[in-house]
Design a protein around this ligand. Structure first.
Ligand code: FES
Length: 142
């Protein structure tokens, strides 16, 4: 049988969630595991409704536990140093993903010879272009 969010909510509700924060944390950890390593933000509404609590409370709990991670908070850093940003193309392309990810223009990443450079969630990518950016954004959805 495949995993079912409603059943999981019901199971952890019977375990005491949301009053019992351990049960609530376990539910969120299970959702994270079933979702490939991060909690999809759009599921928080269903969890909150199913447990009779607020989404803001769930967000606060997720922030408190470093092992829990919201899927939609990805940080895309684009090198704005003189070599990488010469044509400004990467920064312009990155702007179209603002909102979906946090876009930051950052100073030289000290990899000038391999640029243009960007970092997604801390991972460095050299020779970045629009194609790489599109592929990385597609992979965030999986
Ligand atoms: S200018 Fe981008 S790494 Fe130096």
């Amino acid at each position: 049988m495949s995993w079912d969010l409603k059943e999981a909510i019901e199971y952890y509700r019977r375990q005491g969630a949301p009053g019992d924060q351990n049960a609530l944390r376990n539910l969120l950890a299970e959702i994270q595991q079933e979702s490939g390593g991060a909690i999809p933000k759009h599921l928080l509404g269903a969890v909150a409704a199913g447990l009779g609590t607020k989404e803001s409370f769930l967000n606060a709990l997720i922030r408190r536990f470093p092992s829990l991670r919201l899927a939609d908070h990805h940080v895309l850093e684009v090198c704005a140093g003189p070599n990488c940003s010469r044509r400004g193309e990467l920064a312009r392309l990155a702007e179209q993903y603002r909102g979906r990810v946090e876009v930051k223009l950052v100073p030289c990443m000290r990899q000038c010879g391999k640029g243009p450079n960007l970092r997604l969630d801390g991972k460095l990518y050299n020779a970045a272009d629009g194609q790489l950016l599109a592929r990385l954004m597609d992979e965030l959805d999986k």
